[in-house]
Design a protein around this ligand. Sequence first.
Ligand SMILES: C[S@@+](CC[C@H](N)C(=O)[O-])C[C@H]1O[C@@H](n2cnc3c(N)ncnc32)[C@H](O)[C@@H]1O
Length: 355
Amino acid sequence: MDREQWNSRYAGSELLWSAHPNRFLAAEVAELAPGRALDLACGEGRNAVWLGERGWEVTGVDFSDVALAKAAKLADERGVRIKWIQADLLQFVPEPGSFDLIVVLYLHLVGADRRKVLAGVAAAVAGGGVLLVVGHDSSNLLDGYGGPKDPAILFTPDEVAGELSGLRIERAERVRRPVDSPQGETYAIDALVRAERSDLERRRRSGADRFDEVWEGVYHVVPGPSGAHARIDAQLLALLHGPATDAGLYLMSESNLGESEHDFRVPDGGLHRSGADSMWYATAAMVIEIVSPGDESWNKLPFYAKHDVDEVLIVEPAERTVAWLVLRKGEYRPVERSALIALACGALAEQIDWP
Ligand SMILES: C[S@@+](CC[C@H](N)C(=O)[O-])C[C@H]1O[C@@H](n2cnc3c(N)ncnc32)[C@H](O)[C@@H]1O
């Protein structure tokens, strides 16, 4: 549909869509801290206004001046300020890296046009920012209710996911949306894609990525250690140095365990069989994890097992205990003493001056 066709659809005084936000937008955005948001094909502004009410600094773009006039009225009624831009999305190119959230909801264009728009959109997502694309899924034609009937403008989550270069895909799913029909409540099938731009580049430049990890493509922010954690860390390095050297192993403080930025963990320390320098270590003889409140140390065990780390030393400052785990048949089992170095749990726990 071109601009004039959309204008005539919007011409009535009633809202064509509702004044409520799209349910998937509300769910996906609930946890995000407000920042700069761009709502492309914003229509009558239900989603832009909802974001504005939640503290987002919103820009809404649509080519229908009739829809934008209604959107401005809705924003006034609800007391939010939104920047409305009337533009054809095939011409509008948002500034690269300039939005923390971009939403494209129910914009249906033929494949080549959609790819063109999404390329510009993907580039406009800032480091750490999120892109949400939702629309009628191709399968809605036969299996769902309502929506456009031209298959050329419908899409699947995988098609959209494949068109978002430089972003990490967090969700690419078919989702059901309950709708009312003359026959009663039924559902429409939507395609939903949520993608994020990794924050690693920006954080690396700022020197703040030291404690961050990526777990199978999912970014985990690990806060810097508390003073107690740091004190234990320093002591462990001193206490393990002698036994490690006697066993011919190389002691290291934090280093990257994994093959690449796509999937790695940063243990608090490790013993290695080789002293060779590397950015990435595929394995280690032993890794050390000092548990902080709410951290994910114990959840890292499957990753360490997959990477054939023979032993994991877990230090629990809150309990003043040390657990030594040894890899047997792909799983870690607690043992009293290390098989690699001449140290036992009890003896090590006794030597630590617990903060
Ligand atoms: C189904 S409505 C969705 C509106 C809104 N996103 C929502 O969920 O309420 C699709 C919108 O896309 C807009 N649109 C379609 N093609 C466009 C284009 N090439 N440039 C700008 N807007 C366009 C239409 O004017 C319409 O407002």
